[in-house]
Write a protein that binds this ligand. Sequence first.
Ligand SMILES: Cc1cc2nc3c(=O)[nH]c(=O)nc-3n(C[C@H](O)[C@H](O)[C@H](O)COP(=O)(O)OP(=O)(O)OC[C@H]3O[C@@H](n4cnc5c(N)ncnc54)[C@H](O)[C@@H]3O)c2cc1C
Length: 422
Amino acid sequence: MNVPAIERRGGGHAAEADVLIVGGGPAGSVLAGLLAQQDIDTVVLDRATFPRPKPCGEYLNPGVVAVLDRLGLLGAVLRTEPARISGWKMMTGSGVTATGRYAPTAPHGLGIQRSAVDEALVCEAKRRGARVVERVKVHGLRVAPSGERHAVTVEAVNGQGRPVAWKARIVVGADGLRSVVARRLGLVRRRPGVRKVSLTCRLKGTGPPRGDGRLFLTGWGTVGLAPVHASEPLWNGTVVVYVDRGARDLVTDPLGWFLAALRQAPFRWDGDGPEVVGGPWASGPFDWALRDAVSDRVLLVGDAAGSFDPLTGQGMFQAFRSAELAAPIIVRAVRCGRSAAADLVDYRRALSRLLRPTRVLQRVIEAAVSRNWAREIAVTRLRAAEPFMDRLVQVVGDTLPVHSLVRPDALLSVLNRAAVQS
Ligand SMILES: Cc1cc2nc3c(=O)[nH]c(=O)nc-3n(C[C@H](O)[C@H](O)[C@H](O)COP(=O)(O)OP(=O)(O)OC[C@H]3O[C@@H](n4cnc5c(N)ncnc54)[C@H](O)[C@@H]3O)c2cc1C
């Protein structure tokens, strides 16, 4: 096998780091900052130049706000002037609407501009001492037998199209959906099952009241709308569609397709409707299931560690929390010089505890919204049982545990209210 030349930095030294992070999105940059703070020599490689667009609903749930606060990053995010989001409205094609609110005592959510927030997080990682190298696209990864100090080699192409290689003691895959790191190590369990794709646009216009996010749920998919600036009339519009239920024209005329989908949603706009000032940006499919988030000398964080569906808006929570969970385990591994899969197993356990209940709930929600009859019944019942709807929004807002939804009092509140209504 041909090994690409190792780029020489500073006129002679091989490019090496204790920890190499592939991907400088939220998961990668937050982890880089946490490691650099602990004096771990950390390098981030990203194929993009920041700021870069990222298809996203651009909503940070209250759980993320709490994590950002704990990690000392909330100030950097607030400087991008996000909108405050205090709950979500779900609307169906037949006109049923259910609204859930965050607890007044918990943090609210934020509508953000991803490109600005991601850039702020990369700057913060640099400020804390991490090295960030942009325009480097990673395509290969080799793990040498133990004994070698910098045992993992990452192969990439730089901005000038030249092959480069970096060596590290530990590599972290933070390279999002379709992670190259996960694929090269054979960690992907199967190809995506739920076949959906998405289009996202930045909109400008005077629209519905700005305090809530909105989700229009239909047979062919979902239209999400959220404000993304504290004072300017800027919005995120995201359409997620089942590939086999009407995505055919999406490739030939994405903007026309997006606008047609947006017009179907019952969002009230002044005048002729919003102006599209950014996008459309496409993404998908989403349902990437992994065998493991840990391998010898390698960990996966954020979307690279697995994703299900963007509907509940919990991806950023997974990104920040997985980085927070991985950091102390990586610091320990680097300091002890032990980074075999068995030495990283605490991360696998912690991540599994974090994600397993969330995935179960996300599958239940997907099962309900993807069927016309189930969606109508579910939203009608949620409308009737306001406290349960609030609790659901708080659970997917990552401020309450999933099991709080199956407490007898919570379930009874849905059944009783539904009975009273009928
Ligand atoms: C349509 C849509 C809507 C969403 N809405 C929400 C929402 O409202 N709220 C929410 O919390 N989550 C949402 N998500 C999920 C959220 O966007 C992701 O969970 C989050 O971006 C994950 O962060 P990350 O750092 O793991 O990956 P990313 O943000 O994807 O970052 C990965 C980085 O890796 C880099 N990279 C990739 N491959 C390579 C390579 N080969 N070499 C070098 N660099 C590479 C990329 O350039 C990128 O900068 C949504 C997702 C989609 C698709």
